[in-house]
Design a protein around this ligand. Sequence first.
Ligand code: ZN
Length: 493
Amino acid sequence: MKKFVIILVVLILSLLATAVLFPSLLFSTAIGQKIMLSIEGDQVARFYFKENQTTKDTVYMTGVIYANTLRDIKETLDTNPSLTTIVMEEVPGSVDDHINLLASLEIKKHGINTYIPKNGMVASGGTDMFLAGKKREAHHSAKLGVHSWAGEDSVALDYPRDHEEHNKYLNYYKQISIPESFYWYTLEAAPADDIHWMTTTEINKYQIFTSTLENIDLLEIQKKLASDNFKGRGTGSNTETQELIKNYYDAINLKKFNDSYSIPFIFNDEKTKKERQATNIIGYIPGKIHKDKYIVIGAHYDHLGIINDTIYNGADDNASGTAALLCLAKYYTDNPPNHSIIFAAFDAEEQGLFGSKHFVNNPPIPIENIKLNINFDMISRNDKNEIYVVGTFPYPQFKPIIKKVASTSDLKVSYGHDDPEDKTKDYWMYSSDNGSFFDKGIPNITFSEEDHPDYHKETDDFENINPEFYTNVYHLIQNCITEIDKNFPVSEK
Ligand SMILES: [Zn+2]
């Protein structure tokens, strides 16, 4: 008994001695951090489910991030595969930045969303973790705090911008796709021992909350693109459209070629004989099996813009194709394809297919790796419930697959406009961006309807489209692509 007491006293004394002589050593351990935080009236971070929860798709988090948070988060993710969202109730910071960034990258890796609830508060290292969320949202009453950091005898702003001390954070923000400018802003916002609560303007500026654009459906996107706010999407004045497409790509994590979705280019306007600038917006999803074989899904997003003070909204031409492009990008992000798929929103089609011409002349991958182009241009209205599939005359290998899918559709699916000898129909192989691919000998299939009275008129408005027809065409296209991706014709493999 006596011996036991002596051992206990020695143990307590040595613990105390460690705490006094090497406080940083003690506070780098989970137990030390727990003691330290409880002295300050704080708790270490814990993850928990509410008692009345019926599903385990949402876990709640509260407390200060510490040495065990990486372990805890991994365990939570591993044992709850249906988890989609972490609700960060009160996470005032972190006492272990190294662990925090690793734990946050786990959130990023698993595509988990983060949410700050009513009266919630997240700050400092908690903000860094919040930013790792795939979708990031918050109740309007929630608070989000930022500040600078300090070392033992220096503060962040003492170091020049290219100093390696900044790299840990810069690399982290890069990995979670938060602009670098956000980091520099936090250093100026408040010193390390103070906190700055972000304003709405700042929250918008640094894209702290993700747009929920990717959750609106086909028709809502078309309606938005065809609204007057988008000024008819005329080449040279369609930056709002470009932003919307980029934000969408970003929200669903489409990959970029050369670090950017935007591919600006110059073309010669045939009417004015002047050089003009336009911008394609390109992203991709790597294939599961045939990584080096690409399907290019394309649609032009430009329209006629404003002519004599009248906005030409181009709801059918081609907000319909652009919205379909975005919804397909989201669908294949959630359902990864066998082949790699490039999503190409082309500009300056109306002036002469310039976006797609630029793309095939400057492809981001070797051109021989592009195995197929699927194009859609005007797919949201037809009085006869008829949609044309254009390109199976030169590329008959795709026809059986498309026919099989078409047999399950309520639409009248017709083939044609692709045989130069057929004088009963206009030849459409050069009528849209498919022409640029056709010129290069790349197989291509276009979905389009025959012209309607509002074609290239100011009345091509959302009110005049046919939602049921459009939704059916969308599903026809999605099913065709899925079947082609699975059963690519032997001659084209
Ligand atoms: Zn068009």
